[in-house]
Ligand binder design. Structure first.
Ligand code: 4AZ
Length: 268
């Protein structure tokens, strides 16, 4: 979810342009390649077997991840206001293509975290239940991802992989036809809270990750960020995308209130 950016003084913009122009003259800076998840790489078929496309009325709206053969996890803001209408939603699994391949399964029930707050995006997590065994087709092409343990810490500057079909940049809002991923580094919690202080800061149920010139963006929301084979978070919100001043924000799945709620519902 996008939060609005504070206006930047025009003098500052002029100054930055002068500096950028100077560095361009020095080294003929190459332009960034055209790719989504801002500056990601294309996924190979089977590389992210837990990745899902969450669709509402057949249109991709968010990412999601497979937890078991009948449970998926996404962001609460992806389903907010529609949790009583699970039949509007389907999940595509087992395909790197956004609009074809793999299989499409109906969502049978939606569980939004009871503490989700749309004003500050706290507890931005929801569970999606499908028919028994539905999230294992086509066989061999899909697989669940493991959840963190209760309270499991996230160390600073840890590499983590985020994936999705989201926008290539804030200024070019086009979804990617092929799944993309990128590697970002987790950001110290106090530093991130300070970086985002004018946008409400971050809570203990969030963490941040960032890297130079690459980020998750709109349409990646609800999708996975993983480290060492564990789903540590869900793409939640940001101020623009790949903005050097604003790290991307993720729902922290190891937060006890979130992790215990997942276990209560899914037994996972
Ligand atoms: C969004 O609007 C969104 N830079 C998701 C992630 C980020 C920004 C926006 C992170 O869904």
């Amino acid at each position: 979810m996008q939060k609005c950016r504070a206006p930047i003084p025009i003098l500052l913009i002029a100054g930055v342009l002068v500096i950028l122009e100077a560095s361009r003259a020095d080294a003929a800076v190459p332009r960034q390649p055209d790719s989504r998840i801002v500056n990601g790489r294309e996924a190979a078929e089977g590389q992210f077997p837990y990745q899902l496309s969450l669709r509402r009325q057949t249109v991709h709206i968010c990412g999601a991840s497979i937890l078991s053969s009948n449970w998926a996890i996404t962001a609460a803001h992806c389903i907010d206001g529609h949790e009583q209408q699970p039949r509007e939603f389907t999940l595509r699994q087992g395909s790197v293509k956004r609009t074809s391949g793999g299989s499409v399964q109906p969502v049978k029930a939606i569980y939004k975290h009871p503490a989700y707050d749309r004003a500050d995006m706290n507890f931005d997590v929801a569970l999606l239940r499908t028919a028994d065994g539905a999230l294992s087709l086509p066989l061999g092409k899909v697989a669940p991802i493991q959840l963190p343990t209760v309270g499991e810490a996230i160390s600073d500057s840890m590499p983590a992989v985020v994936s999705g079909w989201g926008h290539m940049s804030t200024s070019n809002p086009v979804l990617s036809p092929v799944l993309k991923s990128t590697t970002v580094l987790t950001v110290n919690q106090e530093k991130c809270h300070n970086d985002l202080r004018h946008h409400g800061g971050v809570t203990e149920a969030m963490f941040c990750a960032a890297a130079r010139n690459t980020d998750a963006c709109q349409g990646d929301s609800g999708g996975p960020i993983s480290a060492q084979g564990t789903l540590i978070g869900i793409v939640s919100w940001g101020v623009g995308c790949a903005d050097p001043y604003y790290p991307g924000v993720y729902t922290r799945l190891a937060h006890p209130t979130i992790r215990r709620w997942i276990r209560l519902l899914t037994k996972l």
